[in-house]
Design a protein around this ligand. Structure first.
Ligand code: 6PG
Length: 252
């Protein structure tokens, strides 16, 4: 079993917060800080956000009065870490989630929101997003910030255990068949995720405790535990976890 010191070397920094609410506050503050720094450094802030429940509190805070005027929305470009194969107004759409909780409540130009075009076939939507990333980020396709969640099976974005996109080392976006869901998902791939300047993985709730323990402590097996593939090649990685999700770490 690795000690904590080697853990930090291996996996990045871990911040344990009281609960999902304090986690949302921490994530929103770090989002704002990354935005201001990126715009000051190179005139724009490019961030990829996930779906699911983990980012909801952060979205709501970023749209709240307490963050009024703190985010340079006109220079902020939003991308998605992944998307379901549903229309953008479907209740399962990651775009719809972020639009309802955030985009519709802040002065971000619509042209700065880069959704997967799920009206295309999965392969065409992935190829189209690759072009969108190139156009938006330039050839190095480096995002300033990536926000991720993690499933109880240690998937992240839509990189699920045993799925083909885990092996994608050249494309930035892929259509990924997920056997357990019997459906395709659209996802950013490991190379583009890991080339981000900063990555924050949001992990809240007791149902994530086992997956987090395995992800942090066990030998890397990204096919079984895809989140283990996440490590910045030149930036910073933060595991932002609440006490419930960290409960197995503290007792291990
Ligand atoms: C999605 C997300 C996905 C999510 C995890 C965790 O499209 O659902 O991008 O990767 O981050 O499944 O989901 P929760 O945040 O709901 O626990």
């Amino acid at each position: 079993m690795r000690g904590w010191a080697s853990l930090h070397e291996m996996r990045g920094n871990i911040l344990i917060v009281e609960n999902a609410e304090s986690g949302a506050q921490e994530a929103a503050e770090r989002f704002a800080c990354a935005a201001v720094k990126a715009v000051a450094r190179h005139g724009r802030f490019a961030v990829a956000v996930p779906g699911g429940s983990s980012p909801k509190g952060m979205f709501e805070l970023l749209a709240s009065r307490s963050f009024d005027g703190l985010i340079p929305w006109s220079a902020t470009h939003i991308f998605f870490t992944d998307e379901r194969i549903v229309p953008p107004d479907h209740e399962d759409s990651n775009y719809k989630l972020a639009n309802d909780l955030l985009f519709s409540r802040v002065p971000i130009p619509e042209v700065n929101i880069h959704r997967f075009r799920t009206e295309l076939s999965p392969d065409d939507a992935a190829a189209d997003y690759e072009r969108t990333l190139h156009e938006g980020l330039g050839d190095d396709m480096s995002l300033d910030l990536v926000i991720l969640g993690m499933g109880a099976d240690a998937h992240t974005a839509s990189l699920f255990p045993g799925s083909q996109a885990l092996n994608e080392q050249t494309k930035a976006a892929a259509a990924n068949y997920v056997k357990k869901l019997d459906t395709y998902r659209l996802t950013l791939t490991i190379p583009i995720l890991n080339s981000a300047g900063e990555i924050i993985i949001l992990i809240f709730g007791a149902d994530k405790a086992e997956a987090l323990l395995v992800a942090l402590k066990d030998e890397s097996d990204i096919n079984q535990h895809p989140v283990q593939a996440i490590h910045t090649t030149h930036g910073r990685l933060l595991w932002l976890v609440d006490k419930e999700a960290a409960s197995r770490l503290c007792n291990s």
